[in-house]
Design a protein around this ligand. Structure first.
Ligand SMILES: [Zn+2]
Ligand SMILES: [Zn+2]
Length: 331
């Protein structure tokens, strides 16, 4: 990954040579357009990161196909790992360490104000002035608001977590959404009752489901995971699911799901809170050598493949397609 040349004036005007490149999604049925961003102005507390690898969340594919409503133009993408290339003033990572140019980081899918009533009551994911990466229309002051780009401008109020250099990008990129959502699921289950010795049911083998299975198993739960595909069942076993049944055979094999409490949320789910991202990163860093997180990511393409990546993700939502930051020419 080449970061290129970055210069910053005292007013936090950042000039990028070569220009940053954002893959702008105009709307349903239209191809992404690469848009050059030669410079941006960082507000105090903001950070510019160079994306190393972004992954396609099923939600991105739903937006692109029109299955879920979103108005373009938007730079999609809210799961990535990257490196800090510029900061406006001192900015701290979660846990208090100062970020510096070159820091390798993952960041939350949302940025919240930290001051409103909802933020102060631990519900920053519902902040009244919430910013969501990969969801907002391209604006003059936020052209680099999604991960399907060479760079992302991190707004103040983003939870930024330092990650070590030796962990593969495929392991780290999905944490911002899938990992944090898994931590939120497990936290909600723990609030009902401690997980040790409980039997819990998890449906499917999305990255979110498998990470939640691993976390619940680590907390001492017996995880019953249902999945129709035999290869995916094998993957689930490697994430610590102690009983993995074909959901079409529930009840006929003696395992059943009776008595197993489903911990997967029904329907819409709130975005995760900062503590969930921090917990997910901690857990993945503790377990990545044993658990095959890298297998979440299937095919990896360059940014110019974003339309293909979204189509592929729509047809196979369980495997995350990766988008690597490579320079492409604008035609
Ligand atoms: Zn997502
Ligand atoms: Zn707020």
């Amino acid at each position: 990954m080449s970061v290129g040349h970055v210069t910053m004036s005292t007013e936090h005007e950042v000039a990028l040579r070569p220009s940053a490149l954002a893959m702008v999604w105009p709307g349903v049925g239209k191809k992404h357009e690469p848009v050059a961003v030669p410079g941006i102005a960082l507000a105090p507390g903001e950070v510019l990161v160079s994306v190393e690898l972004a992954t396609v969340c099923p939600r991105d594919a739903q937006y692109a196909s029109g299955a879920r409503l979103l108005r373009g133009p938007v730079v999609l993408g809210h799961e990535a790992v990257g490196r800090v290339v510029a900061l406006a003033g001192p900015v701290r990572a979660a846990g208090g360490r100062r970020l510096s140019v070159g820091s390798r980081v993952v960041w939350s899918a949302t940025a919240s104000c930290g001051r409103c009533g909802r933020c102060r009551h631990g519900m920053s994911q519902r902040c009244v002035s919430l910013h969501r990466y990969g969801h907002e229309r391209v604006a003059r002051d936020w052209q680099l608001g999604g991960a399907f780009a060479t760079h992302v401008q991190l707004r103040k109020g983003t939870t930024i977590v330092l990650v070590p250099d030796n962990v593969p990008a495929e392991v780290l990129a999905p944490i911002a959404c899938a990992g944090a959502a898994a931590a939120a699921i497990v936290e909600a289950a723990e609030r009902e009752a401690p997980l040790a010795k409980r039997t819990v049911h998890i449906a499917g083998t999305s990255a979110r489901a498998l990470t939640a299975a691993a976390m619940a198993a680590d907390a001492g739960a017996r995880v019953l995971l249902t999945e129709t595909d035999s290869e995916r069942r094998e993957l689930a076993r490697r994430f610590g699911a102690v009983a993995v049944v074909d959901s079409q055979q529930i009840g006929s094999d003696g395992l059943g799901t009776e008595g197993a409490h489903s911990i997967m949320p029904q329907g819409e789910q709130d975005a995760a809170a900062p503590r969930h991202l921090v917990r997910a990163v901690d857990f993945v860093l503790k377990t990545w050598r044993e658990l095959p997180y890298d297998e979440f990511v299937g095919e990896v393409m360059g940014l110019e493949g974003v339309d293909d990546a979204l189509r592929l993700a729509a047809s196979e939502p369980r495997a995350r397609v990766g988008l690597r930051n490579e320079r492409i020419d604008i035609v």
